[in-house]
Design a protein around this ligand. Structure first.
Ligand SMILES: [Zn+2]
Length: 151
């Protein structure tokens, strides 16, 4: 499972501070070496002015743009090695890094209605859970549809 999964969307950009043209802004989420990376890249078609930024983990701006463009994916745990929620809780905490209370409610969520995120986020979570022996179901757009190898 070394393949790189990414999802990209182009959103209406900001105004170029050099020439006043409209910049195209590409947002992207990718799984790189088992971690989620968020990238934003802006380029002005008129003068070539551009910038790019990337960060580890989810980014609200990137996330909402991808959700708006591709729609959400839903991940649900269909079965696991243990009935005990402790293992699942540990995996979600490691994946999410969120607070304990937040993640506890997510355990219930992921076992019942499923948790919602971008296709790339859910793909990454699915990998983590599958590696631990859980069977998971992911519904929604496939991140493989726009797989790219560009960095
Ligand atoms: Zn420009």
């Amino acid at each position: 499972m070394a393949r790189r999964v990414s999802s990209e969307s182009v959103v209406a950009g900001t105004i170029c501070d050099r020439c006043g043209g409209v910049m195209r802004c590409a947002v992207r989420e990718a799984i790189i070496e088992g971690r989620l990376r968020s990238e934003i890249e802006s380029r002005c078609a008129t003068c070539g002015n551009g910038w790019a930024t990337c960060s580890d983990g989810p980014d609200d701006y990137v996330r909402s743009a991808l959700l708006a463009a591709h729609g959400p994916s839903r991940l649900r745990v269909a079965g696991g090695p243990f009935d005990d929620d402790a293992l699942l809780l540990g995996l979600l905490r490691r994946y999410d890094g969120g607070g304990l209370f937040e993640v506890k409610s997510k355990v219930t969520e992921v076992r019942t209605v499923g948790c919602i995120g971008t296709s790339v986020e859910m793909e990454l979570l699915a990998r983590v859970l599958r590696a631990a022996g859980y069977s998971v179901v992911v519904d929604g757009p496939s991140p493989g549809g726009q797989t790219g190898d560009t960095a």
